[in-house]
Design a protein around this ligand. Structure first.
Ligand SMILES: Cc1cc2nc3c(=O)[nH]c(=O)nc-3n(C[C@H](O)[C@H](O)[C@H](O)COP(=O)(O)OP(=O)(O)OC[C@H]3O[C@@H](n4cnc5c(N)ncnc54)[C@H](O)[C@@H]3O)c2cc1C
Length: 488
C-alpha cells in the first residue's frame, strides 16, 4: 500500500501559534502535515533539565491545543527520543519535509540534531530549519550582524491563518501516567505557561507594571512586578522577540514611558546577542570561553557549594534569592549576578559546579543566555569588567528594609532593619528577643566577606596578565564583539 505523504513540523522552543514560520510553511503546502513535540528521555536526564521546564512546555502545549479551533493546528506530545520517533514515522508515512526552527542548544541537542540531519539525508527528507529571532547560523564574525538582526526583528510578523491541512494521527509514544501526573503537579508559585498568558503579561507590563521598570529593575522584591517577566515566554517561544519588540515599540503608552520601555527593548537585543555568542561557540557550556582561565585554581569546598545551593550561606540576601528561586523559578538580573559572584569569587568555586543548579531552577532557562551570562559574571571571559557583588552592600542598597529577606528567610522574620543585613552582629540578648539563634536556627556567614572579596579580586585580576588569557581575549573580541563596540 502506498504510504501517505506528509510534512512534519517539529516544535522545540517555539510553542506558539502566531509568527510561526514552520507552521506557516506547512499550512501553505499542498500536502498535509503533523505537528510534534518530543519529551526525549535521553535528554531529560541531562544536568541542565528539570521538571519545571517540562511542566512549562506541557502547559504551553495544552494552551496551544485548547485553542486549536482558532488556528487549526494540533501538537502531538510524544515521549520518546527523536531517533525512535523519526524511524517510526518514516516506516508508516512518506515524510517529505521536516520543518523546525534552528535550535541554539547544548552539546546534547546539537548531537541529536546532527543525527537527525543525517537521518533526513538518508531518507531523502528535506529538513528546513528557519531562523529564530534573527540569530544567524554559520557565521564567524559579527560584521553587519546588528543590521541584519534589526531587519529581522522589524520585519512584519507572520500572520498564521487557520490551518486546514493539519492532521491528527495515532502513535505509540503516549505519556505514561506517572510522567503525566508529575507534569500536572505544576506549582502555582511558577508563572503560568502558554501563549495566552504571555500576551497578558506583555500587555500588563506596557499598560502599567513597567512604568518604573528602569528604577526598580535591581530591587529583588519590587522588580517581580515592574520587570516584564517575559523571560519564560521568550525562552520557550510562547512569544517571538519581534512580536514583543513591535508590540512595545508601537504601543500608545511608549511615548510617555520611553526611557523605561527603551531599556526593556535594549534587553531584547541582549537576549539575541547572547544567544548569538553561544550559537557561534557552544563550548561556553563546558569550557571557560577564555581558555586562559582553565589554569585558575579554585578551592571548591563542597560544604560551601551545598550551603549556596540550599540557601544556607548565612548571608541573608543570598539565601533569600536562592530560596525564592527554588520556590518561584525567577529572580532579577542583579540577584542572579550576585549569586554567581558569591559562588565563584567569594566562595572560590569553579563556575561549572553551580551552572547547572541555576539552569534547573530558572523557569526561563535559555542555554544561549545562561552559559555566556554565567561566565561573564564568573569573570572567565577576559574581556568584560569583573564585577564582584558584595551581598551585604547589595542587601542594604536594594532591600533596605529587608522585606524580601523576611519573605524568604523565615528564620529572620522578626529581626529589625538595623540587623537584617548582618544578623550575626546581634548580641545574644537581641537574638533571644527576635527569636533566632545565629549559628543554630540560621547559619553564621560561611566566610569573612571583605577578606574573601579582597583575595578573589587579587587572584582574578592578577590572572588577567596570564599570556593565554591575553591571547584568548584578543580572539574573543574579534569573534564576539561588533566593530562599533570594539571602537568603544
Ligand atoms: C547568571 C545569569 C544567568 C541568566 N540566565 C538566563 C536564562 O537562562 N534565561 C533568560 O531568559 N535570562 C537569563 N539571564 C538574564 C536575565 O537575568 C533575565 O533575562 C531577566 O532577569 C528576565 O526577567 P524579565 O523577563 O522580567 O526581563 P526584562 O528585564 O523585562 O527584559 C526583557 C527580556 O530581555 C531579555 N533579557 C533581560 N535581561 C537580559 C540579560 N541580562 N541578558 C540577556 N537577555 C536579557 C530576556 O529575554 C527578558 O525576558 C541570566 C542572567 C544571569 C546573570
Amino acid at each position: 500500500m502506498e504510504k501517505q505523504a506528509f510534512n512534519i513540523v517539529w516544535i522545540k522552543r517555539d510553542i506558539r501559534a502566531q509568527d510561526h514560520a514552520p507552521l506557516h510553511f506547512a499550512a501553505q503546502s499542498s500536502i498535509p502535515y503533523i505537528v510534534i513535540f518530543l519529551f526525549e528521555p535521553s535528554l531529560s536526564n541531562s544536568q541542565d533539565c528539570s521538571l519545571r521546564h517540562f511542566q512549562f512546555q506541557y502547559y504551553s502545549i495544552l494552551d496551544f491545543n485548547n485553542r486549536r479551533l482558532q488556528h487549526g493546528n494540533f501538537i502531538h506530545i510524544l515521549k520518546e527520543d527523536a531517533k525512535e520517533v523519526f524511524n517510526y514515522l518514516v516506516n508508516c508515512f512518506q515524510v517529505n519535509n521536516l520543518l523546525s526552527y534552528r535550535e541554539s542548544g547544548t552539546q546534547l541537542t546539537w548531537e541529536r540534531d546532527k543525527w537527525v540531519q543525517n537521518f533526513c539525508k538518508e531518507h531523502q527528507i528535506e529538513w528546513i530549519q528557519f531562523q529564530r529571532d534573527g540569530i544567524q547560523r554559520g557565521i564567524q564574525h559579527r560584521k553587519d550582524l546588528e543590521k541584519r538582526w534589526f531587519q529581522a526583528i522589524t520585519a512584519k510578523p507572520i500572520s498564521n491563518e487557520v490551518a486546514k491541512n493539519c492532521l491528527q494521527i495515532d502513535h505509540p509514544f503516549l505519556l505514561d501516567d506517572a510522567f503525566k501526573l508529575s507534569l500536572e503537579s505544576y506549582s502555582k508559585s511558577f508563572q503560568p505557561a502558554g501563549e495566552t498568558l504571555a500576551w497578558r503579561y506583555l500587555n500588563s507590563f506596557v499598560m502599567g507594571r513597567g512604568v518604573h521598570y528602569h528604577i526598580l529593575i535591581s530591587k529583588p522584591a519590587e522588580s517581580r512586578k515592574s520587570c516584564s517577566r517575559l523571560s519564560p515566554y521568550l525562552a520557550w517561544g510562547n512569544l517571538s522577540i519581534r512580536q514583543v519588540y513591535q508590540f512595545v515599540r508601537s504601543h500608545e503608552a511608549f511615548a510617555s514611558n520611553k526611557f523605561a520601555f527603551e531599556g526593556m527593548l535594549t534587553r531584547l537585543r541582549w537576549h539575541c546577542h547572547f544567544i548569538q555568542k553561544f550559537e557561534m561557540e557552544c563550548s561556553y557550556e563546558t569550557l571557560c570561553i577564555n581558555k586562559g582561565y582553565e589554569a585558575l585554581e579554585h578551592t571548591n569546598r563542597i560544604d560551601f557549594l551545598l550551603a549556596w545551593k540550599e540557601g544556607k550561606t548565612g548571608f541573608p540576601l543570598v539565601d533569600a534569592c536562592m530560596r525564592c528561586l527554588k520556590e518561584t523559578g525567577w529572580i532579577n538580573f542583579r540577584m542572579r549576578a550576585m549569586l554567581v559572584s558569591v559562588l565563584c569569587h567569594h566562595l572560590d568555586i569553579d563556575w561549572r559546579l553551580g551552572v547547572y543548579h541555576l539552569a534547573q531552577l530558572f523557569l526561563d532557562y535559555e542555554p544561549g543566555i545562561h552559559y555566556p551570562q554565567f561566565q561573564m559574571q564568573a569573570g572567565t571571559t577576559g574581556i568584560n569588567t569583573i564585577r564582584m557583588y558584595n551581598p551585604i552592600k547589595q542587601s542594604i542598597e536594594h532591600d533596605a528594609k529587608g522585606l524580601f529577606i523576611k519573605a524568604w528567610v523565615h528564620e529572620l522574620r522578626n529581626v529589625p532593619e538595623n540587623f537584617i543585613h548582618e544578623p550575626w552582629k546581634m548580641a545574644m540578648l537581641e537574638q533571644e528577643l527576635y527569636g533566632v539563634k545565629i549559628g543554630i536556627d540560621y547559619p553564621l556567614p560561611l566566610i569573612d566577606i571583605d577578606a574573601a572579596g579582597k583575595l578573589a579580586r587579587n587572584k582574578i585580576w592578577g590572572h588577567r596578565n596570564h599570556p593565554l588569557v591575553q591571547t584568548e581575549s584578543k580572539r574573543i573580541v574579534v569573534k564576539h564583539t561588533s566593530i562599533r563596540n570594539r571602537m568603544k
